[in-house]
Write a protein that binds this ligand. Structure first.
Ligand code: RFL
Length: 403
């Protein structure tokens, strides 16, 4: 690439260049804008795509408080619904935990992630925030010096370049932020849990007034309301499964079987509007920064959806980074930026630990060399302890809703 090919975008600069307009990038952008910090968001996809991508739905009380204290909670206050019960359907019967009354006594707020993203986007644009859709970050260079650069590819294929003082990579696990880390700059912890879920979004009203977790000899099945018309379901499947191999009829029959419809009632069926296979993985980088490049949200750490933590961690990290960048840029205090990684990793590892425990509660995970009946008995004991021990239930509630 010659210098002249960059001519059009040579003026493009911002104190903070944010890659990605998911929950992490948009919370960060909104908070920086409110603090008077010059920033821009570069997003590979178009606006429609970003605000219609159905993903998470369960927001922790802590996430709601962050959005509330920063004036970003308008939509979720109007349309979010409090939720506080989960129902386990197991080989030894059914039990419910009213987790609003356990642990710290906090509920979840059910609010679809794409609606939150649409709210954050509208608020950012209305407040005069700069955002470039259809602009893909290709690489971050010079992060170990004071003037990092982000090279980009515009929607029409033209190259561009943004100059920054800091770059916040909020562009997910496969984004340019992670790719641009020099070899050896960070340590990557990775764990493939050996379990896959078929994630389904159904145009069907919820069938339970609770989050449903079913353990069954044929595998796990999950039920999570998203709205009065939309429900997310999960079915454990063989790693490598192709989503198109599951017809609607097969999906509903299998869900009914694993959720024990004959004992507890049939599920309310509807069209399956989204299906994707999710491999349950953990992936944490350490540290979460390299020079002036900071990783946030899924770019920093990936967590399996078994404990519904990913979007919540993204919002928490974005708030921590917004404060630290403001301290550095507006008050000349670089110390909070230096401790950004350590502060976030404490929360990330606690969430990973809980998610790890949930995976082992809900699945029989093959491990080389150990008898499967032994593992199975341990899993049943874990479920029995959750069913009967108030101390265990308090621990579950605190970790399930908390970050
Ligand atoms: P996102 O939301 O993936 O946003 C990243 C953005 O970056 C853009 N991008 C780029 N832009 C410019 N240049 C590039 N090179 C780029 N590469 C990518 C992308 O287009 C996108 O717009 O990351 P962020 O902001 O870190 O947020 C993370 C959350 O989205 C994620 O952790 C959650 O969705 C995880 N998750 C859940 N989390 C919860 O807290 N509660 C839940 O109930 C919950 N349910 C889920 C989930 C994830 C799921 N999937 C996707 C596995 C359910 C499912 C099915």
């Amino acid at each position: 690439m010659t210098e002249s090919q960059y001519a059009r975008s040579d003026q493009d600069s911002a104190d903070v260049v944010i890659l990605g307009a998911g929950p992490a990038g948009l919370v960060l952008g909104n908070l920086l804008l409110r603090n008077g910090i010059d920033c821009v968001v570069l997003e590979r996809a178009g606006r429609d795509h970003v605000q219609n991508r159905a993903r998470a739905g369960f927001l922790a009380a802590h996430t709601v408080r962050i959005l509330e204290r920063n004036g970003l909670d308008g939509g979720l206050r109007r349309r979010g619904r409090e939720h506080g019960v989960c129902e386990f359907r197991t080989e030894s019967g059914r039990f419910r935990l009213d987790y609003r009354l356990l642990g710290r006594g906090e509920p979840h707020t059910v609010y679809p992630q794409h609606e939150l993203v649409a709210d954050l986007l509208a608020q950012f644009v209305d407040a005069g925030g700069r955002i470039r859709f259809g602009t893909e970050a290709v690489a971050v260079t010079g992060a170990d010096g004071p003037a990092p650069t982000v090279t980009v590819r515009e929607g029409d294929g033209r190259p561009g370049r943004w100059r920054a003082r800091y770059v916040a990579a909020c562009d997910g696990r496969h984004g340019a932020g992670r790719r641009s880390l020099p070899p050896g700059a960070v340590h990557r912890h990775h764990r493939d849990h050996g379990v896959s879920w078929l994630g389904l979004l159904a145009e069907a009203p919820p069938s339970l007034d609770a989050v449903g977790y079913a353990t069954h000899p044929r595998g796990f099945a999950g039920h999570m309301a998203r709205s009065s018309e939309i429900t997310r379901y999960y079915l454990q499947c063989e790693p490598g499964t192709r989503p198109e191999d599951w017809s609607e009829e097969r999906v509903w029959d299998e869900l009914d079987l694993r959720m024990r419809a004959t004992e507890y009632g049939h599920l309310r069926r509807g069209g399956i509007v989204q299906r994707a296979v999710v491999d349950l993985e953990s992936d944490v980088l350490e540290p979460l920064s390299h020079g002036s490049l900071f990783l946030v949200g899924d770019a920093a750490a990936l967590i399996s959806p078994s404990a519904a933590k990913g979007a919540n961690l993204a919002v928490l990290e974005a708030e921590i980074l917004a404060r630290a960048l403001t301290d550095a840029l507006a008050h000349g205090d670089p110390e909070p930026l230096a401790s950004y990684s350590d502060r976030c990793l404490v929360h990330i590892w606690r969430a990973q630990e809980f998610s790890h425990w949930m995976i082992r509660l809900l699945h029989d995970i093959p491990e080389s060399g150990s008898a499967s009946l032994f593992r199975e008995r341990l899993r049943h004991a874990r479920i029995a302890s959750l069913r009967t021990s108030r101390t265990q239930q308090d621990w579950f509630a605190e970790n399930y809703v908390g970050i």
